[in-house]
Design a protein around this ligand. Structure first.
Ligand code: AMP
Length: 215
């Protein structure tokens, strides 16, 4: 099963993708994570996208489509979770083509609905495990006092993302509404869209997503 988790920054896509990886053996393909890795390892492409990401703008379609193309050639596990991709209509068209080229198809697109106030609260309180990417929140799921990640069981640094600040977030939200939200109509028209309330407790959102996938 190949699915897209669609929603604005802070909707909980990464958190829910981690559950699906653990519970269903699916493979999370987060273009944001791939770009941060490229930046951290100092590749040419990583250097080119660093300033764009810090501002909260979108990087070019060619770059992210290339990243996804490479991953689709590898292990397919229990299916792919596209997290943060596609973010534009050309990316959505490209994904359809890339999947068809490797004999796969998209099974579901799950829109995670949240309101903007909740997003600001979540994002400014967010940190992630440097080892496994598990997401923590100062208010609802604080970083463990002993510094050992509850997801991977290892002691790691817990990182605040450079673009999790108010100015960049305002830009990221604007990019989402202008360029990504049209995908809701795009996948609705294809009969693939399901929407879940992303505002509830993590477990409730997880159950709603399971309900869609098992339907
Ligand atoms: P994310 O971790 O998904 O919030 O992505 C962090 C940043 O990476 C975004 O604000 C963009 O600058 C960039 N990015 C991630 N995925 C994409 C994509 N599919 N298209 C364009 N830019 C992306």
């Amino acid at each position: 099963m190949n699915i897209i988790l669609l929603g604005p920054p802070g909707a909980g896509k990464g958190t829910q993708a981690h559950h699906l990886v653990d519970e269903r053996g699916m493979i999370q393909l987060s273009t944001g994570d791939m770009l941060r890795e490229a930046k951290a390892s100092g590749t040419e492409m990583g250097k080119r996208v660093a300033a764009v990401m810090a501002r909260g703008d979108l990087v070019t379609d060619d770059i992210v489509i290339g990243l996804i193309r490479e991953k689709l050639e590898g292990d397919k596990g229990g299916g792919f979770i596209f997290d943060g991709f596609p973010r534009t209509l050309p990316q959505a068209d490209a994904l359809g083509q890339l999947l068809a080229d490797c004999g796969e198809r998209l099974d579901a697109v799950i829109e995670m609905q949240v309101d903007d106030d909740a997003l600001v609260d979540r994002i400014t309180a967010r940190s992630t495990c440097a080892g496994c990417g598990a997401v923590y929140n100062d208010n609802t799921k604080p970083v463990p006092a002993d510094g050992v990640c509850t997801n991977c069981g290892e002691p790691h640094e817990f990182i605040r993302r450079a673009d999790d600040n108010e100015q960049a977030l305002r830009n990221r939200l604007m990019e989402y509404y202008k360029k990504t939200s049209p995908l809701i109509g795009y996948y609705y028209a294809k009969g693939m869209l399901s929407s879940v309330n992303g505002l509830g407790a993590i477990e409730d959102v997880r159950d709603s997503i399971a309900g869609v996938l098992d339907a």
